[in-house]
Design a protein around this ligand. Structure first.
Ligand code: PEP
Ligand code: MN
Length: 325
């Protein structure tokens, strides 16, 4: 439930709402906004009797959140969430962020070669990186596969990835929600959009609001592609939630020649970023070689993405400057 304050409500009036929510036995989350302050009420299982709150001075209206997820919903927060990364890189704003790199880190040489190649084409983030490639100025997104691994990943990576198979691993979600780093949450292979948003709610409920969702294809009955890329999930999620959503056309299709058209489609559909597998030698990759782009293909994809972002009034996020040569 949301208690929306009148424009110009005083700090005392907001505090009184907070105190009343706590007296009722719930938790209060004040959210100052551009237009008005709202105070969220969490910790309730069912509908809350709002009569005491509605009568308090400075209260404009009470909104009962109708979705099963709360803090993730647009009803809770209307403005889009922009996840701020080190160096000023932003996910969920005007710029489309491209993350690229191999499926797995195979050797120092391989990850650095991949990092240099994707940086040269204009990617802003490296996927798969298990340690900071400062030489290239790329930020790093790496998967944490169990709760015990979260802190280690948080120590070295800029974004903690939660894989599709772990989308409903609630102990992992809770741990990641307390890790103090942004989280990239991938949609489970058989998860509905509703379930994806419910999983994201665990992260926000633990206090982590820097959550990026990822559509990476779901299981279907047709095995022409590895998964069925649910392109419509992008505008659907944007309608239901304020969180940014990116697309993973590599795992969605499983086939190198299908990655580029689906990446283009994702950007055209409004994705806030794409995460793409690129390998210096895909035929030698230890995992997911068949869906990994050659560096030249990735360079071409970047050129095409720029044309699309121009057409829809967005731009591609520029990589940060390298720290050392
Ligand atoms: C990955 O990104 O390398 C990965 C394993 O993806 P997913 O969890 O979507 O299968
Ligand atoms: Mn992979």
């Amino acid at each position: 439930m949301l208690v929306v304050m009148q424009h110009g409500a005083s700090a005392d009036e907001v505090q009184r709402v907070v105190d009343t929510i706590e007296e009722l036995g719930y938790e209060a989350r004040p959210m100052p906004g551009k237009q008005r302050t709202a105070v969220g009420l969490v910790g309730n299982d069912g509908r809350v009797d709002a009569s005491r709150l509605a009568a308090l001075p400075g209260v404009k209206e009470i909104i009962h959140v109708t979705q099963p997820y709360k803090q993730v919903s647009r009803e809770w927060k209307e403005e889009p969430t922009v996840v701020e990364l080190p160096g000023g890189l932003r996910i969920g704003g005007d710029d489309v962020v491209v993350m690229a790199g191999p499926c797995s880190v195979e050797s120092e040489e391989q990850i650095l070669e991949a990092a240099r190649a994707v940086r040269a084409s204009g990617a802003a983030m490296l996927r798969g990186g298990a340690f900071k490639p400062e030489e290239t100025g790329l930020l790093v997104v790496t998967e944490a596969i169990d709760p015990e691994g979260v802190d280690l990943v948080a120590q070295y990576a800029d974004v903690i990835q939660i894989g599709a198979r772990n989308m409903q691993n609630f102990s992992l979600l809770k741990r990641a929600g307390r890790a103090g780093k942004p989280v990239l949450l991938k949609r489970g292979i058989a998860a509905t959009i509703n379930e994806l948003l419910l999983s994201a709610e665990y992260l926000l409920a633990e206090g982590n609001h820097d959550v990026i969702l990822c559509e990476r294809g779901i299981r279907g009955f047709d095995n022409s592609t590895r998964n069925v890329f649910d392109l419509a999930a992008i505008p659907v999620v944007h309608g239901l939630s304020h969180l940014p959503i990116i697309a993973d056309p590599s795992h969605a299709t499983g086939r190198r020649d299908k990655v580029i058209p689906m990446a283009r489609a994702a950007v055209a559909a409004g994705a806030d970023g794409v995460i793409v597998e690129v390998h210096p030698q895909p035929d030698r990759a230890l995992s997911d070689g068949a869906q990994s782009l050659y560096p030249e293909q990735f360079a071409e994809l970047m050129r095409e993405i720029r044309v699309i972002t121009d057409a829809i009034g967005r731009s591609v996020a520029e990589p940060l400057p390298a720290v050392s040569a």
